[in-house]
Structure formats: C-alpha cells, structure tokens
Design a protein around this ligand. Structure first.
Ligand code: UD1
Length: 425
C-alpha cells in the first residue's frame, strides 16, 4: 500500500492526454466473449481492474494479452467457454458482473460470485436478475453465487422496464439480448456514453440495436456475432477530474482527447464557478484566474451530473467563495469521504442525500484516507490546495481509475510523491 505525499499550493499548468474510459474498457472486454475469435480493443487504460478482467476472461477459457505501451488488449475467445466467475476475482472488482450477460448468452448458464467492489453503497443486482428472468432465465442465489440458467433454446426477447436507469443492468440486459430469440426492448435504459460505446462495438459485431444513446433500446436478436477491432471512448470522468484540478489550483490545463459533448454539464458548472473554458477540436483548455465561486450540484444518471465527479466538486466547493449544496442521488455512502475532507478543515455538513459546504479561504494539510476511486481523487485535489503537507493513504483505490496520477500531476507542476505506506508494527 502506498501513500501520496503532497505539498499544497502549486498552480497546475500544462497539457494532459486522456485515455479510454475504465468503465467502458472493462465492459468491452466482456463483450468480446460474445464472439469466438480474436477481438482487439484499443485505448484500454493500464489499471489493475483491466488486469483483473483479463484474468477473469482467461479463467473462462480465453487467451488475453495486454500491452501497456500501446494500451491494446487482444482477446482470443474459444468456441466453448466456461461459465463460472470465481469469488476471488469478483470480490476485487464489482465490474466483473459484466460477464453475466455474455455468459448466459453464450453458454446458457452463469455462476457469478456476488460482487464486493467499491464501498459506495448497497449497489444491488435486482434489476439485472429481474430482467434476465423476464427473458426466461431462472436465477438463484446459491452459496454466494448468482446461478443463472437460460431456458432450453436460449433467452427470449421481451419488454423490460428498468425501475431506474442502472448502468450495470442496462449493460447486462443488452449483452444478453443481442443473441436472444426475437426482440428485446430495454425501457428506461441508462444513456451513459459508455453504454453507447458498448452498443457501437456490438453493432460492428453484427448486432441489431435501435435507439443507441436513448433510454429506449430495441435489440433484435441475431444468431451469431463476429469479433472486431474497437477503440474505447475517452474517459469523461478523468477529463472532468483534470478540469477540476485546473479550477481548484487557479491553473491552466489543456485536456486532449476529451469528448466535450460528454462533459457539457461539468464544464458548464466550472464556468459558473468562474473558470474560462475554451473548446478545442480534441478537448478543451480550462483556466481559472480567481477564487472559485461555490456551485450547487445534483448527481443524476447521464446526461445529468455524474456521481463519479461529485467528490471532486465537493473539494472545489470547500475552498470556494460562498456556500453550495451537493445532492447525491445514486450512491448513498458516497459522502463517507466528507469525514476525510473535514480532516483538511473543510466545512461540510451532510444530511441524507445532501451535503452543505461552506467554502473556506484555506484548507490545512493533514493525513487522510481514500475510501474509493473518486473520493481519492477528491482528496488529492483538496491536498493540492491545502496549506502544508497532505498524505493520502490507500492510493490503490486511486490507481484503479487514474493511470500514473501523481506523475501526471507532477508534470503539471504539483508537488506530489508516491511513497510506501509507513509501517507502524
Ligand atoms: C457504474 C459505474 C460507476 C458509476 C455508476 C453510475 C462501472 C464499473 N461503474 O456503476 O463508476 O458511478 O455506473 O454512473 O461502470 N442498483 C440497484 N439494483 C440494480 C442495479 C443498480 O439497486 O440491479 C442501484 C445501485 O445500488 C446504485 C444505483 O442503482 O445505487 C446506480 O447503479 P448503476 O447505475 O447500476 O451503477 P453501476 O453499474 O454499479
């Protein structure tokens, strides 16, 4: 376990290049299972979760190679695959659940361990399983595993209405539906750009999907899919984190390979906070020349404000002029990080889904602990502006979402180093 040791006060200036989205890459790797043969996926970030997903696919019978240099993963999928995802891998990465849909589609069965993952709320799987049941599958919870069986002859197309536009449930049902018998309609589907990315890869593989990018996906089952070469959509959460890094440090950062359309609401909020944003053909440049003004944020499914940028915006508000209300509608436990931020002197009161932040002119460096990926990013951003030294513990969480975060921050002028966690005993 490592820590980041940060000396606050540096203004971040320079250019960064955003890689492919973690939340897309992992699912695209699972999509590969749907077609025997060789799938090639580009812009796959060099993070632990990709290593875990690669191992999971290997255990299902695939051969997988990843090149960190080219950020490319090659997956050779055999004609016959296994259908069990073991607890030792699934517990380390909740996104392992992405194999559920493809396994049922390809083999007619899946034994997938119930996931653990980030400590950010209950994150049930009820919509995944209810949708599969609607498609004719039987689902049981046996010894910590979800045990799913498709009917003889395969899953059957149907109309599924999601109670909530869950990203994971939309993905599971989409991947299950592409080779099901007949037409599956996924109503109230999630519209995140990562879902459209999966749809685009599936379309290239020969799937029939109408309504890509909308909340009504109509999938007509096809008998088989072919492997393809695909490039992952840019990571809007990483791009958004760089944007906040510029705003919080009074910096000037050019963010390349970002899709501005996916960040409209985020950039708009930062403009309200006082930033100047210049739109470029391959991203944006963001400058902040004064103390930020506090901005209210309400997290919602896309195209609403992303929950994965909520901690970073609480960090920004903690040093802003004025007060702001941040409302979290997706993950109830995401405010756990506020306790850590308070150690830096931030004034935040939470009540249920709401956090009220009173901006202070200065935070004060202290040791803090990352509780999940985005909380970790929020704490690093706060540490960049806190007076004196901040040590962020449990940075393995941050490593799961940001490739070489401290190196990139250093290149922009931050004073940050990675060190092994001090041993007490
Ligand atoms: C994905 C992202 C995560 C992001 C989230 C929302 C990945 C690996 N993770 O998570 O970074 O924060 O989308 O944009 O892509 N829920 C249920 N029952 C279900 C499914 C979900 O109750 O069957 C609830 C969850 O507990 C949670 C909410 O719905 O409160 C949102 O979950 P979901 O949209 O499914 O997010 P994930 O796919 O887990």
């Amino acid at each position: 376990m490592d820590v980041f040791r940060i000396q606050g006060g540096a203004r971040l200036v320079g250019e960064v290049h955003v890689t492919g989205a973690k939340n897309s890459s992992l699912k695209l790797m699972a999509v590969a299972l749907l077609a025997p043969g060789k799938t090639v996926i580009h812009a796959v970030p060099n993070i632990l979760d990709v290593t875990i997903m690669a191992e999971l696919l290997r255990r299902l019978g695939c051969s997988v190679t990843y090149s960190a240099e080219t950020e490319t993963v090659e997956i050779e999928v055999p004609e016959t695959i296994e259908h069990r995802a073991d607890y030792d891998l699934v517990r380390r990465m909740r996104a392992s659940i992405a194999v559920l849909g493809p396994l049922v589609a390809r083999t007619g069965a899946a034994d997938v361990a119930l996931p653990g993952g980030d400590a950010i709320g209950s994150r049930g799987l009820d919509m995944h399983t209810a949708g599969l049941e609607r498609m004719g599958a039987t689902v049981a919870n046996e010894h910590g595993y979800l045990v799913v069986h498709a009917p003889d002859g395969g899953l059957i197309g149907t109309h599924v209405y999601l109670d909530f536009p869950s990203v994971g449930a939309t993905e599971t049902l989409l991947m299950a539906a592409v080779t099901a018998n007949g037409v599956t309609v996924i109503d109230n589907a999630a519209r995140e750009p990562e879902i459209s990315d999966i749809c685009n890869m599936l379309l290239a593989m020969g799937a029939q999907i109408d309504g890509v990018g909308t909340s009504l996906l109509t999938v007509t089952g096809v008998s088989s899919l072919r492997p393809v070469e695909h490039t992952t959509v840019s990571d809007r959460i990483v791009a958004g984190t760089w944007a906040v890094a510029a705003a919080i440090t009074g910096g000037d950062i050019t963010v390349r390979n970002a899709n501005n359309e996916h960040l409209s609401i985020v950039l708009e909020k930062l403009i309200t906070a006082g930033a100047e944003v210049e739109i470029l053909s391959d991203g944006f440049r963001i400058q902040m020349n004064r103390r930020p003004t506090a901005v209210d944020v309400v997290t919602l499914p896309y195209p609403g404000f992303p929950t994965d940028l909520q901690p970073q915006f609480i960090a920004l508000n903690s040093i802003a002029e004025g007060s702001a209300m941040v409302t979290e509608n997706l993950f109830e436990a995401r405010f756990r990080f506020v306790q850590e931020l308070s150690r830096l002197g931030a004034e935040v009161r939470t009540d249920g889904h709401h956090a009220l932040i009173r901006g202070r002119s200065q935070l004060s460096g202290a040791p803090v602990e990352a509780t999940d990926i985005r909380a970790g990013a929020g704490l690093v951003l706060a540490g960049l502006v806190a007076e004196g030294e901040t040590t962020v513990h449990a940075v393995e969480h941050i490593d799961r979402g940001y490739v070489g975060f401290e190196e990139q921050l250093s290149a922009l002028g931050a004073i940050i180093v990675r060190e092994p966690s001090p041993q007490i005993f």
